[in-house]
Write a protein that binds this ligand. Sequence first.
Ligand code: GCB
Length: 732
Amino acid sequence: MRDVRVLSGDWRFLKADLPVETAMRYAEQGEAVTLPNTWNAEDGQDGGNDYYRGRCWYVRELSAEELTGERVFLEISGAAMTAEVYLNGKKLVRHEGGYSAFRAELTGRLAERNTLAISVSNEDNDTVYPQKADFTFYGGLYREVRLISVPAEHFELVKDGTPGIKVTPSVDLDKHSAAVTVETWQNADAVEMTVNGETRRVPSVDGHAQAEFILENVHLWNGTEDPFLYTAEARLDSGDAVSTRFGCRTFRCDPEKGFFLNGRSYPLRGVSRHQDRKRKGNALNLEDHEEDMAIIRELGANTLRLAHYQHAQEFYDLCDENGIVVWAEIPYITMHMKNGRENTLTQMRELITQCYNHPCIAVWGLSNEITAASAVNEDLLENHRLLNDLCHRMDSTRLTTMANVFMLETDSPILEIPDINSYNLYFGWYLGEMSQTDEFFDEYHAKYPDRVIGFSEYGADANPAFHAEHPERSDYTEEYQALYHEHMLRMIEERPYLWATHVWNLFDFAADGRDEGGKHGENQKGLVTFDRTLRKDAFWLYKAAWNKREPFVHLCGKRYENRCTEKTEIKVYSNQSSVTLYVDGVRIAEQEGKTVFCFSIPLVGEHLIRAEAGNASDTMCIRRVSQPDESYLYNKSATVVNWFDQDGLNPDCFSVQDTLSELRANPQAGAVVNAMMEKASASRGDVADAVKDNPALQRMMGRMTLISLLKQGGADEESIKQLNRVLQGIKK
Ligand code: GCB
């Protein structure tokens, strides 16, 4: 018999880097905590990049009754980032990497009364990933800790945190059958394996047993529509037993047609997720995971990128059960560390060992934006090759990929390493125009028609308190975020070759180094707020496009109540094909369409707006005010420069509306622009230098209008007008 006990209570926490003896001696004076626990739930979310990164202790007594069985193991499902486990003052194990499970054997070292002391550290170093990234590196024993007691003969528990059982289904779609290979590792002579009601006794050779089961009329794991799961069980004569669920499916990617599930085209359209929540950090419980999954299902996404590290087993389980296709990855991110190679390999080995049986996982992600702060040199390439080979050696059934940063040249040799590729692009948010995304993919696809390409990240921050009638890049309004995603949704729908697309991010999350958009320590690219209570308008856009099950209609701009324009736009998102608009009870218009419906109405006083689509309806109240509502503006001093509309500009002459490359193609206009740019770069030092030397960035800037470059650089209205006057004096 296997006995598993969760050790959640009776822990003492000491927030100090102490020797083990001292931690044990003063444990009683520590704070009483229950697991899961992080010490950064507050300071990791309040901005300032000043959260505690150091070594702390969790100490607990283990009584004799908790320790039944001939062999006893301690299982730690997640300790961020580096942990050392001590029993009665003796070190049993050290584990580097904050996201994977590990186990230590306690047998033979136990006394009548025992003290378990675990040091956990999230301090910075140059060997354990992640060290540089846009999220808070919470420290703590933030997942469950369990005691596992087993008979003398038992399934393997220590190596790479293995579940002890590995299941590889190989599906023949034509024959409607699957060959299911079950492997186990144990210190016994034979194993009894059961799959789908069929039981076999299999000999164990050198600690390894393997058998193949054939499933006729196989019931496929078929995405969100029918995520059917089988169970495989293995048992020893000693009574020890392990089991795992698995699913039978095939995945395939085509450079022209995108992703295929079970032989049919199945475009992967979804979002990314961090394990993070307001006031809790990464110390999540099952209800938190379930709530996140319910929101994902409501959205109608069929894929998740579980960024940027291994997530909790409970969450991969939920993805299995809900048919969500997953991109799983390790935190090899932003900055390559020459001393970190071993750690990338360990984290990948553990990820694959521990997650192999989940049918939801389709790809292993090698790294994320690794060239953002590192050059593409031989050491980095070699690290990627080793990771890629490791994935293929450990798993011949899945593909490898990586998420590349926008400024990585598309002819970089690193793109040839993984099986399929992906780019994170933020045109229209951090820089450039949204349409540069379209151009990027079109050019890539034309240049590399045989390569599979995906869109691994895109997004725009929005604080739902901020609003604008004419939203603009970087204004943090809910309206700009919605507009941005409308563009991206269209762009994606027009490009079926994109094997997967993932919005960054489903939820706002903590990045303690950020201080922007009216919030401290938060990345606000979420479609839903950090506390999960508010769905921003962009959430409803994707729901309208992806959720075909629940008919609904959503009025955008509910929080944008006070409007000071004569006319206003009423935008409606719906998954229905026709929307009717009522203003103050009067039917104004009916529109046929898809996903996005726009109406313009005059504003005179207070109005009750109602949208109807079939049986669904939504209502809101807006009003005309004489002055702009200041609380809607992020940057209250910045007057939004809207004077540069096409009207009033002489189209035969140059203007700030032209792109940089159009201006530079003319010697006179080019000289004006270059002089201005030089002046600007002299005051910006290194960054401007980096842009000068980076041909990808140069090309990208060439496509941007001068006005957007100027605004990005923070130019004031007067100097923009001045420059425009000069350019209007130069004939095209
Ligand atoms: C990225 C990163 C992600 C960041 C995101 C952002 O490219 O991969 O970790 O959070 O950009 O919001 O800037």
